[in-house]
Design a protein around this ligand. Structure first.
Ligand code: PRP
Ligand code: URA
Length: 455
């Protein structure tokens, strides 16, 4: 409940401090602790993956971007395999042709912000050469290759997955041209290899892996400039979010998947009916509450199953309660009650009036100072409301590291403010938005959450 006044917090100073912190983390001594943003680019042979990567790198020229190619990790062949390769009878399109362990080690090191020595593969000799190529840590690592989205262990490391979609005939024509010109092959052998191995591997591994992609880029004979623009804009947005996660260890963003993005799309759509808004907000609230509960301490517990076997598991934490920020936070109470039967839930009303800030109402469990508190409010905008509510809890004796703030969307100013002012408080959100506008509305946001939920 507020008239969108700003409160006494110097937002610019907070953002400056956060940026200073980010620069500190970018200094060489901190590099090894940095986690870069990992992008996977897959697609069939000669689909244009490298060109897509080059265009992305050109557009992200102000970031430190490196590209790791799956091709660098072809295995050194055994003598028998070498004989097959020379007879054009070896399957280079199968995941087993790769040194997957070596590739994962490289990826892991880059992910940890360390330099790596990348193997160099000679396609004409079907062998690794002696020398390696050094790759230094970067802000963004692009991993490119036909099987990048088909290998689960690689896929699991990626922050963004792109699939380049090009017609089969265009790809075959390009493949013939490339292998003849630069890999020492003749046309007949390229076509034979394509029919025997390349196409079946595409049908078995590569084509099906497109379902794992976040973005599918149609890429035919002319370049898809619009797609590259959209992708790089999205990467910039994600990098900003990624930076926040790197700065604040007390910020957690729930993993995004198509279900989550679909639910957010419905919430954010101004055409969504009130019934649907409530339905999908409730679904996300339930997931948020589960994510919050996952941060509570647990005790080991062993039970007997009905078949008389032991199961060693854990026991849920005791001594927790919820506190909702009136009015929108009350929309999250049902989700908390569904997960924790009989849980005590208190309430705080933060009322703003001009420059003055008043708590006009609070009703909290008498023993709240001994409890963990799940503080519920679906929107974190400037962070004024959240900070005021957190301060009320601290004044009641709740320990800072026993407060978990759950919100459906969080804007960067609110994240800076809460995470910096209260480093012990864990902020858990399902999405980070871009900004807060001059009317204190979150951008892109959901509009006035309370008005839409309770209308
Ligand atoms: O981070 P801030 O800039 O403080 O904004 C966030 C606050 O705004 C919303 O409440 P609102 O004031 O709209 O009241 P309502 O819940 O009664 O609709 C939201 O539920 C938060 O409490
Ligand atoms: O955009 C906003 C900002 C604060 N609160 C809301 O409900 N929406």
């Amino acid at each position: 409940m507020r008239d969108r006044s700003h409160g006494g917090f110097d937002e610019e100073a907070a953002v400056d401090a956060a940026e200073r912190e980010l620069r500190r983390q970018q200094s060489p001594q901190f590099r090894q602790n940095r986690h870069p943003f990992l992008i996977g680019v897959a697609g069939g042979t000669a689909s244009g993956k490298t060109t897509v990567c080059d265009r992305i790198m050109q557009r992200l020229h102000d970031q430190c971007v490196v590209m790791l190619s799956q091709d660098s990790f072809y295995r050194t062949l055994t003598p028998d395999e070498m004989a097959l390769a020379k007879a054009n009878n070896y399957n280079f399109d199968h995941p087993d042709a790769l040194d997957r362990k070596g590739m994962m080690e490289c990826l892991q090191k880059l992910k940890e912000g360390r330099s790596v020595e990348v193997p160099v593969y000679d396609f004409a000799l079907h062998a690794r050469v002696e020398e390696t190529q050094r790759m230094d840590p970067a802000d963004v690592v692009i991993v490119e290759g036909i099987l990048v989205l088909a290998m689960e262990e690689v896929r699991d490391q990626l922050n963004m997955k792109i699939y380049v979609d090009t017609d089969d005939d265009v790809r075959l024509a390009r493949r013939i041209q490339r292998d003849v010109a630069s890999r020492g092959r003749d046309v007949a052998s390229v076509i034979e290899q394509y029919t025997k191995f390349v196409k079946p591997a595409f049908d078995t591994f590569i084509g099906p892996s497109r379902r794992h992609a976040d973005i599918i880029v149609p890429w035919q004979s002319s370049e898809n400039v619009v797609a590259i623009d959209l992708i790089t804009e999205h990467i910039r947005l994600k990098l900003r979010q990624h930076d926040l996660i790197r700065i604040y260890s007390n910020l957690e963003v729930m993993p995004s998947n198509f279900q989550m993005r679909g639910m957010h799309t419905i919430l954010r759509d101004r055409e969504t009916s009130p019934n649907d808004f409530v339905f999908y907000a409730d679904r996300i609230n339930r997931l948020l509450v589960e994510a919050g509960l996952g941060h509570l301490p647990f005790r080991e517990k062993t039970v007997m199953t009905p078949t008389g076997h032991k199961y060693t598991g854990v026991e849920f934490a005791r001594g927790l309660c919820g506190v909702s920020v009136i009015r929108s936070g009350e929309a999250m109470e049902a989700a908390l009650r569904e997960c924790c039967q009989g849980i005590k839930i208190g309430k705080i009303l933060v009322h703003r009036h001009g420059k003055a800030e008043d708590i006009v109402y609070e009703k909290l469990p008498a023993d709240i100072s001994r409890r963990y508190v799940l503080l519920l409010d679906p929107v974190l905008g400037t962070g004024n409301t959240a900070c005021k509510a957190i301060q009320v809890l601290l004044d009641k004796g709740v320990q800072e590291n026993k407060i978990l703030f759950l919100c459906i969307i969080a804007a960067p100013p609110g994240i800076h403010r809460v995470c910096q002012t209260y480093p012990g408080v864990k902020v858990i959100t399902s999405e980070i938005d871009t900004a807060v506008d001059e009317n204190w509305c979150v951008v892109p946001g959901v509009g006035e959450f309370g008005d839409r939920y309770y209308c």
